[in-house]
Design a protein around this ligand. Structure first.
Ligand SMILES: Cc1ncc(COP(=O)(O)O)c(C=O)c1O
Length: 510
């Protein structure tokens, strides 16, 4: 390949260009998908031996494949060959058992099957009527997951007493969950202040710990909050980088005294940087004094809360307004799948509802159904509920809990290795399956030297292709993050990477 495909005849001789064009011919569907499924199965067999981080330069793909689209058709085998030879070598292999960066993106056969079938059906269930089963499946899957998380029934679409006042929706990302709840909270606050239109927006204030994911601050700007009214509350080692309720109260009170309107607090259970946990119940009590909306971002750690031993991290959730968690991070459900629950679904739909003539239908008019378009930004939507339901239906709660516990046990094993080696330190206490560690400053090595040594350690590890770790900064220290959980990971992988870390550290220190 290499250069631009300028020859318009390159694929023109293929006989099937003369045949009728039937892109959804059932026999082609069967043949193409068999090849795709064989590819996937082989990929999972071989991914462990592939370099986790690819060694490619920016723009490499355009150099390998044609820069212009082909005019004429090609056999599907040509497409698959280019996938194998050009695309796979440039992938970062999130599915590799040697992937320990960021948070894992977990997956399972049941989820992939659900996603595949949803793609094939390709329904666009914006209203109940546009695809009753897609809407009902999403509602059912969310209610099942709510029970796994032991959320109060006030968050459920349906309870044993019939339709509930709460509700859920599956979105693509946590950022969207933050955005839609911020908009609902903004509108509720404007109603409370008796604002003329949006005239009071400059008075509305929002709050989050400085460890909150940066996407929250972006969502606030998207929702129209004045950046000067976004309060980032500082945290430190005294609360293990969780939000200090006293500091929150002080900030909210100061704003209220100044005639501002505290509107929204974002609480994180399992921060991205170090897995810190903000105290949900204490924050909810403070926010209630100001009528502010509380949202819990449990994107990663929410999955752990299906195990009774981790559920205490959500204590107080019955007093918050919304919570979101992403099974695509740690509950074996492929991207994208962020589950948002709100205690009063009407507060979302009051802000997000649209009702154009062309979508009007009897089911909506009856008030008996949920139209999920009214709980999200877009109108169109993927049938995401299917894969989530398939995961829960196929594996059952016990196996899902076992999966979480096994990852946590591997992380604990790694943490024990780190603690037993005097050259290293665990920088913050481990809450879930993330270990934040580093080579510690000792002897003549200053903290700044240690930062540099740890950076070199990470770079050297990642260069081997045998492991991929990412970093963060906690309390001004450069820290390596070791996130266990990639679905193919087993104890042996953790042990091998630890051996690699020790060896690489020795060679750097020497
Ligand atoms: C705690 C937390 N919140 C929010 C996000 C951002 O999520 P998304 O990319 O789904 O918007 C992440 C991503 O890792 C996260 O860990």
């Amino acid at each position: 390949m290499g250069s631009l495909d300028t020859n318009p005849m390159s694929f023109s001789a293929l006989p099937n260009d003369k045949a009728a064009f039937e892109p959804l011919n059932p026999e082609d569907v069967r043949a193409y998908l068999h090849k795709a499924v064989d590819f996937i199965s082989d990929y999972y067999t071989n991914v462990e031996s592939m370099h986790v981080l690819p060694n490619v330069k920016p723009g490499y793909l355009q150099d390998e494949l044609s820069a212009s689209p082909p005019t004429y058709s090609a056999p599907f085998d040509v497409t698959m060959k280019e996938l194998r030879t050009s695309v796979v070598p440039g992938m970062t292999h999130w599915a590799s058992p040697n992937f320990f960066a960021f948070f894992p993106s977990t997956n399972s056969a049941a989820a992939i099957a659900g996603d595949l079938i949803a793609s094939a059906m390709n329904s666009v269930g914006f209203t109940w009527q546009a695809s009753p089963a897609a809407t009902e499946m999403e509602v059912l899957a969310l209610d099942w997951l709510a029970q796994l998380l032991r959320l109060p029934t006030t968050f459920m679409n349906r309870t044993s007493n019939g339709r509930g006042t709460g509700g859920g929706v599956i979105l693509g990302t946590t950022s969207e969950a933050m955005l839609v709840t911020l908009v609902a909270a903004r509108d509720a606050a404007l109603r409370r202040t008796g604002s003329v239109g949006v005239s009071d927006i400059p008075r509305l204030t929002v709050y989050a710990a400085d460890q909150t994911h940066s996407t929250f601050f972006k969502a606030c700007r998207l929702a129209g909050f004045d950046p000067a009214n976004i309060r980032s509350i500082s945290t430190g080692p005294e609360t293990n980088y969780g939000l200090d309720p006293a500091k929150l109260l002080e900030a909210m009170q100061a704003d209220a005294n100044a005639g501002l309107v505290p509107t929204y607090v974002c609480v994180t259970v399992g921060t991205t940087s170090s897995n810190a946990v903000d105290p949900v119940g204490a924050v909810a009590d403070i926010a209630a004094m100001f009528n502010a909306w509380v949202h819990v971002d449990a994107a990663y750690a929410g999955s752990a809360c299906i195990c009774p031993e981790f559920r205490h991290h959500l204590d107080g959730v019955e007093r918050v307004d919304s919570i979101s968690m992403s099974p695509h991070k740690w509950l074996l459900t492929c991207l994208d799948c962020t589950c948002l629950y709100v205690r009063d679904a009407h507060r979302l739909s009051d802000s997000l509802e649209t009702n154009p003539e062309y979508l009007k239908n009897d089911a909506t008019e009856s008030g008996e159904v949920t139209d999920l378009k009214d709980m999200q930004v877009g109108v169109g939507r993927r049938f995401r509920g299917l894969k989530l339901w398939m995961v829960m239906r196929t594996y059952g709660t016990a196996k899902l809990q076992e999966h979480i516990r096994s990852d946590v046990a591997m992380a604990k094993m790694f943490e024990d290795f780190v603690r037993a080696d005097g050259r290293f330190e665990v920088v913050v206490p481990r809450n879930f399956a993330l270990v934040c560690f580093r080579i510690k400053a000792s002897g003549a090595m200053t903290e700044e030297d240690a930062d540099e040594v740890n950076r070199v350690l990470m770079e050297n590890l990642n260069k081997t292709g045998k492991a991929y770790l990412a970093h963060t900064v906690v309390g001004d220290k450069f820290v390596l993050r070791f996130a266990v959980g990639s679905s193919l990971q087993e104890e042996g992988h953790v042990r091998s990477v630890w051996d690699l870390i020790k060896k690489t550290t020795s060679s750097i220190m020497n």
